[in-house]
Design a protein around this ligand. Structure first.
Ligand code: NIG
Ligand code: FE
Length: 417
């Protein structure tokens, strides 16, 4: 049992059975002078300290309770990073320098760089080595306050290497105290050897990778990069249909560089559409009416040196449920730190700190269909929390480039600090 006391600001994010939209994003469920009691890895109660200290459990289990004095710091739910590409062998430094010299992401990709240049390394690497790399990043994430992470394959691009990537995710997850949600991204790009037979590759994804990932329970979601030079809307429909057939949930990268029509994809009820830098006007109300979360990943815009960022204000005003994630990956967003993403959301997308925190916690949880367990500090939910060494929660989005997370708690256990 764990009792957190002397919390100056507790952000509970309480009261959302579904992802927050519009003005619902303006409330972090702030309680001042608060305490939180946890038992068996779950939250028992959270509220004003003077009330919590009178809770009957505290008297009854006095000896079993470990108290953490939060010394007037700020406590919030652990971040839910709902979009990451954790499994790869090496950073992509050549692409980095080419971009600095003026080439664009798409030009580099068309010339054989980009995603394709990570494939050989993953195919050659052992599962253990890939797992080590993933675990190293997961640990950095934990240290910066993230307790739930979605992790995609997507740099193997054949059956063996995609399954190896998913097994590496599972292996890393077993050694990590937070929660990891695995996603098959076999349809990231068409690999070089299928250049002239893309239909065969889509068939491989649908008929081999998806069934195998489902059968071995290696993935919960199937993702696809729906974009010019990656996969078309029709191909995305095929991959979504295969996922549905095998009982896996769907999500997709859409609108990163060009907009595409979303209606036929929305019919599959994807948990999330990610990036959405570009969106057809007609799709905005359709997205707003759906339960699909728009996961914005401004780290990619930052790292590619774009001056344009996703139009978070437009999405929020239209009533779209918005989440924030790192998109940690070697090509477009090599950051593991959600605090930096909050900073970008505020400075470049004009989200308020409150909106950004909602998007990075409870809405991230809903983007992973885990809103009933993660993303808020409420009785019965998993006791995943981050203690920040700041007096005012807005500072979490204000200081940038560092790490003000002092302690992370996952399933009621102190895991850093
Ligand atoms: O989310 N856009 C597709 N996937 C990644 C980039 C992957 C890469 O370049 O390695 C993204 O930005
Ligand atoms: Fe991505």
């Amino acid at each position: 049992m764990l009792l957190l006391t002397n919390i100056s600001q507790l952000l509970t994010l309480r009261g959302s059975n579904s992802a927050r939209r519009g003005r619902e994003l303006d409330d972090v469920g702030l309680i001042e002078d608060a305490a939180v009691l946890c038992a068996g890895g779950r939250i028992v109660v959270a509220g004003k300290q003077r009330e919590i200290l009178r809770h009957p459990w505290i008297k009854k289990h006095k000896r079993k309770i470990k108290e953490i004095d939060c010394a007037n710091k700020t406590v919030l739910p652990g971040f839910v990073d709902s979009h990451t590409h954790l499994v790869f062998a090496a950073p992509r430094l050549i692409d980095f320098e080419k971009r600095i010299a003026g080439a664009s992401y798409q030009e580099i990709s068309a010339a054989g760089g980009g995603i394709r240049s990570s494939v050989e390394g993953v195919r050659k690497a052992s599962e253990a080595k890939l797992a080590d790399g993933a675990l190293k990043v997961l640990d950095q994430m934990l240290a910066s306050g993230t307790t739930t992470v979605e992790a995609k394959s997507g740099y193997g691009l054949n059956l063996d290497a995609e399954m190896k990537s998913l097994r590496a995710i599972r292996r890393a997850a077993k050694q990590w105290p937070g929660a990891v949600v695995p996603t098959l991204l076999g349809a990231h790009v068409v690999p070089a050897e299928f250049k002239d037979k893309r239909d065969d590759y889509v068939r491989l994804v649908c008929e081999k990778m998806v069934p195998e990932a489902a059968k071995k329970q290696l993935a919960q979601f199937v993702d696809i990069f729906c974009e010019e030079n990656a996969f078309s809307v029709e191909e995305t429909e095929e991959v979504f249909a295969a996922a549905e057939k095998h009982g896996l949930k769907t999500r997709a990268h859409v609108g990163q560089f060009t907009a595409c029509p979303l209606e036929s994809l929305l019919n599959f009820g994807p948990a999330s559409f990610d990036h959405l830098d570009n969106l057809l006007e007609a799709d905005l109300p359709k997205l707003a009416l759906s339960n699909t979360v728009a996961t914005l990943v401004p780290g990619a815009n930052y790292f590619l040196g774009h001056s344009r960022f996703p139009d978070a204000r437009k999405l929020i005003s239209a009533g779209v449920a918005v989440a924030l994630a790192t998109d940690f990956n070697p090509g477009t967003s090599p950051t593991s730190n959600m605090q930096f993403i909050l900073s970008l959301a505020c400075t470049h997308m004009k989200m308020s700190p409150v909106e950004a925190i909602c998007a990075a916690t409870i809405n991230g949880a809903h983007a992973l269909l885990m809103g009933d367990r993660k993303g808020s500090i409420e009785p019965g939910k998993d006791a995943d929390m981050a203690i920040f060494d700041v007096n005012d929660y807005r500072e979490i989005a204000y200081w940038f480039g560092g790490n003000n997370c002092e302690m992370t708690i996952a399933n009621g256990n102190v895991v850093t600090g």
